[in-house]
Design a protein. Structure first.
Length: 319
C-alpha cells in the first residue's frame, strides 16, 4: 500500500468556474508540486543513506575499508566470502595488537612482519597465502577507488598455493571407527556418524550434508546439488545411510540430518558450530585409535576415492 503522503500526478478537476476556479486551480497545482518534490527529495535522501552505508568514509584505515567491503559482501549474499574477509581482518588486527593502520602506511616491511607472525603462530604456507591474498585484494580495491596510490606492499610475501598431501586413512581404521563403542559420549557418537555418512555417500562435504532436505530422498535415490559447484548429484540410498538417519528420530526439521535443528535461527551459524564440534570430537577419536596424524572430517574424502577404485565400498556398507 502506498503512503498517503505521496501520489502520482493526475489531472486536477476544478469545481468552480471563472476567477475563483483559476485561483483554486493554481493553489491545487502548487500543493501537488510540493508533494511531488517532497517525495522525490525523500527518495533521493533514502538512496544517499543506503549508499553511504556501503561507501568508504572517515579515516582511510584498513579496518574501516574492510568493514565496508564485508558489509557489501553480506548484502550481496556472499556470506562465505564475507566470513573469510572477517577472519583475515581479525587475524591482522591481532598481529597489530588491536591498533588500526592507515592504508597509506601498509608497506612491504609491515607485510613481511605479518608473514613472520603467522609462521610463528604455526600457520601453514597456504594459510599465510590465504590471508595475504585477501589483504592484497582489499588493498588493490582501495587503489582502484583512488583512496591510496599503489606501493606494492605484497611483493616480498608468499601468495602462492602449495600442493598439500592428502591425509587419507586406511580401510582398517574406517572399520575400527565404525565398530567403536562411543555410547559414553553423545557428541563423539554424532561425530562418528556424520563422518560415516560422508563416507557412505562417496565423500559428501559437510555443508552439503547439513543442507540435505528430507524431500531430496525419493524412490531409493538421494539427489542433491553441491553448494560449491552447483553440480546435481544422485546417490543410491543404502541401508547403512538409513541406519544413521534412524538414530536421530527427534529431528523434526525439514533437513535430513540433525545438523541444522532450529529453523528460525541462523542456519549457517548452526552449520559452522556443528562442523567445529565434529572436528574436535574426531581428533579425540583419532587419539583413541592411536593415529599419529591429525584426524578430522576431511580425512574421509580422499580415502573414499580409493575405496571406489578397489570396489570395496559395497561390501563395507552392507556389513
Amino acid at each position: 500500500m502506498k503512503n498517503s503522503c505521496f501520489f502520482e500526478q493526475s489531472p486536477i478537476v476544478i469545481p468552480y468556474k471563472g476567477p475563483l476556479g483559476i485561483i483554486v486551480y493554481l493553489g491545487l497545482r502548487f500543493l501537488q508540486k510540493k508533494r511531488i518534490n517532497l517525495k522525490t527529495s525523500i527518495m533521493v535522501e533514502s538512496t544517499r543513506v543506503r549508499s553511504k552505508r556501503l561507501s568508504f568514509s572517515g579515516k582511510k584505515t584498513l579496518s574501516s575499508f574492510m568493514q565496508v567491503n564485508i558489509a557489501s559482501l553480506r548484502q550481496s549474499g556472499k556470506l562465505r566470502t564475507s566470513e573469510t574477509y572477517r577472519a583475515t581482518l581479525n587475524s591482522f588486527m591481532k598481529f597489530m595488537d588491536g591498533k588500526d593502520v592507515l592504508l597509506s602506511n601498509m608497506d612491504a616491511e609491515l607485510m613481511m612482519g605479518y608473514e613472520t607472525y603467522l609462521k610463528e603462530q604455526g600457520a601453514s604456507m597456504n594459510t599465510v597465502s590465504f590471508y595475504m591474498r585477501i589483504l592484497r585484494a582489499t588493498y588493490n580495491r582501495a587503489v582502484d577507488k583512488g583512496v591510496i596510490r599503489q606501493r606494492f606492499p605484497f611483493k616480498h610475501v608468499y601468495t602462492g598455493v602449495e600442493k598439500t598431501v592428502k591425509r587419507a586413512i586406511s580401510f582398517k581404521v574406517i572399520r575400527q571407527l565404525k565398530e567403536m563403542d562411543l555410547s559414553h559420549s553423545q557428541s563423539m557418537e554424532f561425530a562418528r556418524d556424520m563422518f560415516m555418512f560422508s563416507f557412505y555417500t562417496r565423500g559428501m562435504s559437510f555443508v552439503d550434508m547439513a543442507f540435505l532436505k528430507k524431500t531430496d530422498l525419493n524412490n531409493g535415490m538421494l539427489t542433491y546439488r553441491r553448494k560449491k559447484t552447483g553440480q546435481l548429484l544422485s546417490i543410491r540410498w543404502e541401508k547403512c545411510m538409513q541406519d544413521i538417519v534412524d538414530k536421530y528420530p527427534g529431528n523434526y526439521s525439514t533437513y535430513l540430518l540433525p545438523i541444522i535443528i532450529h529453523i528460525r535461527k541462523d542456519e549457517r551459524l548452526q552449520y559452522k558450530n556443528s562442523i567445529c564440534l565434529v572436528n574436535r570430537r574426531l581428533k579425540e577419536i583419532g587419539k583413541k585409535l592411536g593415529l599419529s596424524s591429525s584426524f578430522d572430517y576431511v580425512c574421509g574424502a580422499p580415502f573414499m576415492g580409493q575405496c571406489c577404485q578397489r570396489q570395496t565400498y559395497s561390501s563395507f556398507c552392507d556389513k
